[in-house]
Ligand binder design. Sequence first.
Ligand SMILES: NC(=O)C1=CN([C@@H]2O[C@H](COP(=O)(O)OP(=O)(O)OC[C@H]3O[C@@H](n4cnc5c(N)ncnc54)[C@H](O)[C@@H]3O)[C@@H](O)[C@H]2O)C=CC1
Ligand SMILES: O=C(O)C(=O)COP(=O)(O)O
Length: 532
Amino acid sequence: MEIPKVLVADPVSQRGVDELAAGGALEVVVKTGLPEAEIIKIIPEFSALVVRSQTKVTANVLEAASKLKVIGRAGVGVDNVNVDAATKRGVIVMNTPGGNTISTAEHAFSLLVSIARSIPQADASVKAGKWDRKKYEGVELYNKSLGILGMGRIGSEIARRAIAFGMRVFAYDPYLSSSKARSLQVELVENVDDLLPHCDFITMHMPLTDETHHILDERRLGLCRKGVRIVNCARGGLIDEAALGVALQSGQVAAAALDVFEVEPPPADFALRSLPNIVFTPHLGASTAEAQENVGIEIAQAIRAALLEGEIRNAVNMPSIDAKTAAVVKPFLTLADKLGRFAAQLAPKRNDRIVITYGGKAVELPTEGVTRAALTGFLKTAGGEEVNSVNVRTMASTLGLLVEEVKSTEQTDFNEWLHVAVWSGDSKVSLGGTFFGAKNEPRIVRLNGRSIEAEPEGVILLLENNDVPGIVGKVGTILGKHKVNIASMSLSRDEAGGQALTVLNLDSAPASEVIQELLSHPEISAARIIQL
Ligand SMILES: NC(=O)C1=CN([C@@H]2O[C@H](COP(=O)(O)OP(=O)(O)OC[C@H]3O[C@@H](n4cnc5c(N)ncnc54)[C@H](O)[C@@H]3O)[C@@H](O)[C@H]2O)C=CC1
Ligand SMILES: O=C(O)C(=O)COP(=O)(O)O
């Protein structure tokens, strides 16, 4: 079997590369700093791609990435990855939250102190042979107020450090609970506008999203306390850099420090470069030996787990699942896929709703992965092999297919079972499955409300026929005449002499003339082949 290849497109610690390549199960290629065109040329060979913040994983790169299963971001922010395009192409996007938290918090806090005391400027001044002690008079952090925009991992570490420096900390984070704010000893402010006038210092620690883009714009910079000092160690797009430049020149903002920029690296004519009261670092927040060791190893382990064991860790575009749970869920994934495929071949084309019901012990499962498997089985007939558990929810939503999950308390003959029902208007198709025997073999045991027994595998012949003597023999004779062997057969009838559903597992697919011959029998009203 071909060894999956992994492209490391941004600098990752050697220990991370070694972890990826361990045991020879993956082939690791390190090619950093490639332009998009070069990545597009080579990406078709790769099953996984490792990036940091420099490589842009664009829709064009993803379009070319025919083999790609996983994008591993050795760090936190994934705004350099077109996650929507990755999801549409069924590519898992993972990151390593936490691996560079301390490093980034320490860097941001260092920048805070730097601009309180103009350390970089004073350093440059002495190195230039000057001795300006008055010019570089600074301010204390002690007894000052700090506003933290984004109180997650890094924001929380900043808060701890600020409190240790005797600062009063205000936090703006719409997703932070009051109890968490209390435990962090920060004062939660409902909206940014109310926070800004109270802060001597402001530091940004939120992701770059549509909601946070330019969250500090000209208007809000005007709301800040005059002489505020601002640090951005999160993402350049959070601050309107042009407005910041004006505020720095007017003194509305006394000083600023940027580790991140709207365009990285900033262009040669970057206007802020000439201002005396701003400090820059080249996106160094996570650039420590410890952080890079952490994120390198963590992303390597996550990619190996995904490619080699089907375990999903820290995915940003689908539910994570650990190896132990993956093993428990695995048989249900197969059954769900088969039920979905079976339903797709029976259901009419335009479907409004699909309901996946869990019964017996199956109600204890982490259902999302199993639901996605049933959906994938169902939609593969519509969407082709492109559909997988990463993009299937998006596809269902695009098709207007309402997806429902039910945990049933219904008592049945089965210890654990799954049921898939699909509606198109008033017409409904439904299938139920469970597992039989010591080997936990999957079985289809319900079809449109009737009890049957069929292996969800290979060629299945469905017959609707009158329950009359000799019909089974007749079906066997017709199939036998055409050398079609019956592997198993199950017959389900409403009542003796009534309507019956006959389900046969066949060793080969009968030709269409065989189906026509079966349909020519007066007691057989429907015959169709299902391929699983
Ligand atoms: N300069 C650097 O090298 C580094 C930069 N970063 C950046 O820092 C950001 C934060 O990193 P972590 O703390 O690890 O992430 P995190 O996910 O732990 O924290 C982000 C916080 O932002 C909050 N948030 C989200 N939308 C918000 C909004 N509209 N308004 C206010 N708060 C909002 C979230 O609720 C969360 O608490 C990352 O997204 C990344 O962009 C992270 C690591 C290194
Ligand atoms: O983890 C993040 O979000 C970062 O911004 C770190 O960026 P880097 O991996 O150092 O290019």
